[in-house]
Design a protein around this ligand. Structure first.
Ligand SMILES: Nc1ncnc2c1ncn2[C@@H]1O[C@H](COP(=O)(O)OP(=O)(O)OP(=O)(O)O)[C@@H](O)[C@H]1O
Length: 448
């Protein structure tokens, strides 16, 4: 064993040196001697043999030094120095030096640094694309009810509970859902939103839970992850949950209970770690009474419930909301609003705001387009139900005009239907999912 150890020591690729507690060399292997171009070193003080050495210091202080850069003969080496202890006292120090030129290593380190930079860039990008786009700071509140609600939400965000957010259309449910995710421990994870009403019933199951290869007859489609799997370690927002078809409600309930999903055509369940936030502007208890919503799912979702009050019940928020929304509108339109006439406030306060903050935003956007100077006046404000004709806007290219007209029609239908989307779809004579798709198109464009 002794001979074997000696041979291993002598032939090791790394340079090895052992000193006594005073720094006198006890052993130095061939690799090290050849590198230094020395012989007969045993008994000499380490500082006489190795330049810039710290072996004697490590032997004295008893503190190891791991993977330190050690410059010898004009080259940077990687040195590790370890005190050898016995009965609490240093009896020797062991030093190893890696000969690989550090140049190579620093090249590698530069590659790693570069990859790390790229990785954090992509993480940020992904976070921007998948993650929450609103934070609590962006939620405007002045009224006591909204202040209280926001404070409560900030607490809720820290927990991992399922949240049910209710409130009329345009009150800011989605805004709160984003902020809850952004304020939670999952904030670095994905934020995936699914509008349960915009996806045709037949596709919703595979959208939510994914499907396995060959799950659909006739098509050799490759398997696909569902939104739940995509939201793993993050949050899923199930928007318009009140519109989820009953058979899917049963499946969703199982997912919430078991914390695992089963893809369409799949055989084994996939464990998931997802926080669920559900939103609706429907009255779920009455949907339950109609037999359209499962009571057990309602209780599963309603662990923490948040009800966002309509704008007409918190008009104190108006001035701050107008100023925030105008700032956003100005950013996209470039129109400057220097002043708002007092009469504007009377008009805004007297309206019932069935479309809530979203409607306020639309009204302001229209007004800004109609302004000719930099003062926002009463005549620029057009409110549905006011009996006044919609102001005529200047001639624009046909494509733009058609898009604007469709958007206007959607908004007016929503206003006429007091924010009830099913009723708005009926007024426009289009299907529910087609309405939701258009609604998404015109509202999402602004969000992202
Ligand atoms: N308190 C608020 N502060 C700032 N902006 C707000 C506030 N509430 C709502 N908004 C804005 O109003 C618009 C509508 O909000 P959001 O989409 O969150 O409403 P919603 O309740 O989810 O609507 P829907 O039920 O129709 O989906 C968004 O542009 C949002 O930024």
């Amino acid at each position: 064993m002794g001979e074997l150890l000696e041979a291993v020591f002598e032939n090791a690729y790394e340079a090895i040196v052992v000193t006594d507690p005073d720094g006198k060399i006890l052993l130095m292997n061939r690799s090290y001697r050849e590198f230094l171009g020395v012989d007969n070193v045993v008994g000499r003080h380490v500082t006489e043999v190795i330049e810039n050495t710290r072996m004697h210091i490590v032997a004295q202080q008893g503190k190891p030094e791991i993977a330190e850069i050690h410059r010898i003969k004009g080259q940077n080496m990687i040195a590790t120095r370890i005190p050898i202890m016995k009965d609490g006292k240093v009896i020797a120090a062991l030093g190893t030096v890696m000969f690989q030129d550090v140049q190579e290593l620093s090249g590698l380190a530069a590659v790693v640094d570069h990859l790390r930079d790229e990785l954090s860039y992509y993480k940020r990008e992904l976070q921007r694309r998948l993650g929450a786009i609103y934070h609590f700071d962006e939620i405007v509140e002045r009224s006591p009810r909204m202040k209280e609600l926001k404070a409560f939400c900030q607490k809720v965000a820290k927990s991992d509970s399922t949240v049910l957010i209710t409130g009329e259309s345009g009150t800011g449910k989605e805004l709160f859902a984003h902020a809850i995710h952004a304020g939670s421990r999952r904030k670095m994870g994905p934020f995936i939103r699914v509008n349960c009403a915009a996806i045709p019933d037949t596709l919703l199951e595979s959208e939510l839970f994914g499907y396995e290869e060959g799950a659909f007859t006739g098509a050799a489609r490759k398997g696909k992850k569902g939104k739940f799997e995509l939201a793993n370690h993050g949050t899923i927002l199930l928007d318009e949950i009140g519109d989820m078809p009953l058979p899917l409600q049963a499946k969703l309930l199982r997912v919430l209970q078991e914390k695992e999903v089963e893809r369409v055509g799949g055989v084994r369940p996939i464990p998931i770690d997802v926080r669920v936030i559900a939103c609706t502007n429907q009255d779920l208890p009455s949907r339950i009474r109609e037999g359209a919503f499962r009571v057990d799912l309602y209780y599963r979702l309603n662990v923490v419930s948040l009800n966002i009050p309509p704008l007409r019940e918190r008009l104190e928020d108006l001035p701050e909301l107008v100023s925030t929304l105008l700032k956003q509108i100005v950013e996209t339109t470039g129109v400057h609003v220097r002043e708002i006439d007092d009469a504007v406030w009377d008009v805004l306060r007297s309206h019932s705001w069935p479309g809530n903050v979203r409607e306020l935003r639309n009204v302001l956007e229209r007004a800004v387009h109609l302004m000719d100077g930099d003062v926002l006046k009463k005549e620029h404000i057009w409110l549905p139900g006011s009996g006044k004709p919609l102001p005529v806007s200047p001639v624009r290219p046909l494509k733009e005009t058609l898009i604007a007209a469709e958007r206007e029609a959607i908004m007016r239908a929503m206003e006429a239907a007091s924010g009830n989307k099913l009723e708005a779809a009926r007024l426009l004579g289009i299907s529910k999912s087609s309405f939701y798709q258009k609604w998404e198109k015109y509202n999402r464009d602004k969000l992202v």
